[in-house]
Write a protein that binds this ligand. Structure first.
Ligand SMILES: NC(=O)C1=CN([C@@H]2O[C@H](COP(=O)(O)OP(=O)(O)OC[C@H]3O[C@@H](n4cnc5c(N)ncnc54)[C@H](O)[C@@H]3O)[C@@H](O)[C@H]2O)C=CC1
Ligand SMILES: O=C(O)[C@H]1O[C@H](OP(=O)(O)OP(=O)(O)OC[C@H]2O[C@@H](n3ccc(=O)[nH]c3=O)[C@H](O)[C@@H]2O)[C@H](O)[C@@H](O)[C@@H]1O
Length: 439
């Protein structure tokens, strides 16, 4: 099939590359000239494991092309997939300005009938609204059919999640259009659920808000475990063995971040407000998450007192491992809290430092390795659970520090690794502290 994707961000690019990989002819359009120039040369603008390899392979096979021209990119499209951003607007709801513009771009340049698929995460009713924008502007005699096809990939495993998705949701009022989009995905052998457009739009928000709530729930359980002397990892394991609960997304930590959970929970709450249903549970999900992002700083103050003039090494900046994305990363809040207190913060991240510099700026310092960050530190915060930190030589790291104190926001270490250290104070989330004193 001939497919055009609008937007080459995490979702648009991953989708375009994977659809080319399963044999379709894909053109990706973006308004960002630098991104497109790099992509044409096989250079990915984002860090995503396995992406660049498939990118180069499919460009080479002449199944994947990139352009900034909507006219050129839409020329042959049977299916047009919109995957532009829907960031949080000033009122907490989704900002639809990019998707509105994408619709105007399609209407202006489309010269034949096509199926328009909205893959961006959009509030209920947006497909109808975008259809209206399109129909008001399309050239005479040109018709489009709308399909809602939300995306569920995670950053850091975007390729894997696209190719091995748990399910594909196709919402449409046109049986024929839904069938065609279903056929597009057929080579993936992923179960497909056909629904109405509004149900498809809701499935996306309901899923993200549920997962975010699951995280806030386990974080509250973790805080309670600390208070009563239980171990949240054992508790989560025990809970997760019940198939009705499931083991996934029960990792406690310093709160969820990223480009989606924070904004999608707020957007769903906004929808609930508009329609007059009081979804107060979501308000708690948000409050718990904000509180959790303060946790490491709170624990450090409890242990070290005033943090003014103290040096804290911060390991990890991205909102999760295997991505360079800094959007809503807990590290941002932590960096600001510490810098407001006059703490000297030196941070290290294997991949995200350049992006972090743009977001956090020079209120903190940046190191080229975990060991450099730890040098002379009064305490160490683990903010992102990169493998590099899990595998690190802890003894050597602690030797660099002024005090061997770790506040681990992601529970990276098992007792065996901790026991191998000569001297250590280790404060995990939702588990008893581990203190090893020098003999
Ligand atoms: N990032 C993620 O892991 C996931 C994101 N989503 C949703 O997918 C959508 C896209 O998210 P991301 O890929 O993260 O966004 P992004 O911000 O990384 O990329 C969006 C891209 O669209 C381009 N763009 C904007 N207007 C355009 C236009 N008129 N024509 C062509 N290109 C245009 C931008 O230049 C940018 O490159 C959002 O609605 C998001 O909520 C859904 C699932 C996962
Ligand atoms: O709509 C989206 O954008 C995507 O949002 C999330 O994907 P993503 O944000 O890439 O990453 P996750 O792995 O879900 O992690 C999100 C945040 O939750 C945190 N998290 C996750 C899992 C967990 O058990 N505990 C926990 O604190 C992570 O550290 C991270 O900060 C969803 O998992 C995807 O299904 C969805 O498509």
């Amino acid at each position: 099939m001939k497919i055009t994707v609008l937007g080459t961000g995490y979702v648009g690019l991953s989708t375009g590359v994977c659809l080319a990989e399963i044999g379709h002819h894909v053109v990706c359009i973006d308004i960002d000239q630098r991104k497109i120039k790099n992509l044409q040369e096989g250079i990915s603008p984002i860090y995503e494991p396995g992406l660049e390899e498939l990118l180069t392979k499919n460009i080479g096979a002449e199944r994947l092309d990139f352009t900034t021209s909507h006219l050129e990119g839409l020329k042959a499209a049977e299916i047009i997939i919109i995957a532009v951003g829907t960031p949080q607007g000033d009122d907490g709801g989704a900002d639809l300005s990019y998707i509105e513009q994408a619709a105007r771009d399609i209407a202006e340049h489309l010269n034949h009938n096509a199926i328009v698929v909205i893959k961006s995460t959009v509030p209920v009713g947006t497909n109808d609204y975008i259809k209206k924008i399109l129909e008001e502007r399309l050239k005479k005699d040109i018709t489009i059919k709308m399909v809602s096809n939300p995306e569920f990939l995670r950053q850091g495993s975007a390729m894997h999640d696209t190719i091995h998705a748990d399910r594909i949701i196709i919402g449409s009022d046109h049986e024929e259009a839904a069938k065609k989009v279903g056929e597009m995905y057929l080579p993936l052998h992923v179960p497909i659920l056909f629904t109405t457009i509004r149900s498809a739009e809701m499935i996306k928000y309901a899923s993200n808000a549920f997962l975010a709530t699951k995280i806030s729930y386990i974080n509250e359980i973790a805080n309670l475990c600390e208070a009563v002397g239980a171990d949240v990892q054992d508790v989560a394991k025990g809970m997760g063995k019940d198939k009705r609960i499931g083991e996934a997304f029960l990792n406690p930590g310093i709160g969820y971040g990223g480009s989606c959970f924070p904004k999608d929970v707020k957007a769903l709450l906004k929808t609930a407000n508009i329609y007059g249903t009081n979804f107060s549970m979501l308000k708690e999900t948000i409050i718990i998450n904000e509180k959790q992002q303060h946790l490491l700083v709170k624990k450090a103050i409890n242990r070290l007192g005033d943090l003014k003039g103290k040096k804290i090494a911060m390991l990890g900046l991205s909102f999760k491992p295997e991505t360079d994305d800094m959007r809503e990363a807990p590290s941002i809040k932590i960096a600001h809290l510490l810098s407001q207190m006059g703490t000297d913060v030196v941070a290290y991240d294997p991949i995200a430092t350049n992006n972090a510099k743009k977001v956090i700026g020079n209120i903190i310092r940046y190191a080229n390795s975990a060991f450099e960050a730890a040098d002379g530190a009064d305490a160490l915060f683990i903010v992102t659970e990169w493998d590099e930190f899990k595998q690190i030589d802890l003894t050597r790291l602690l030797q660099k520090m002024k005090e061997p104190i770790i506040f681990d926001g992601r529970n990276c270490y098992g007792i065996e690794k901790l026991k191998s250290c000569e001297t250590l104070e280790y404060y995990p989330i939702g588990k008893p502290a581990v203190i090893i004193e020098k003999q």
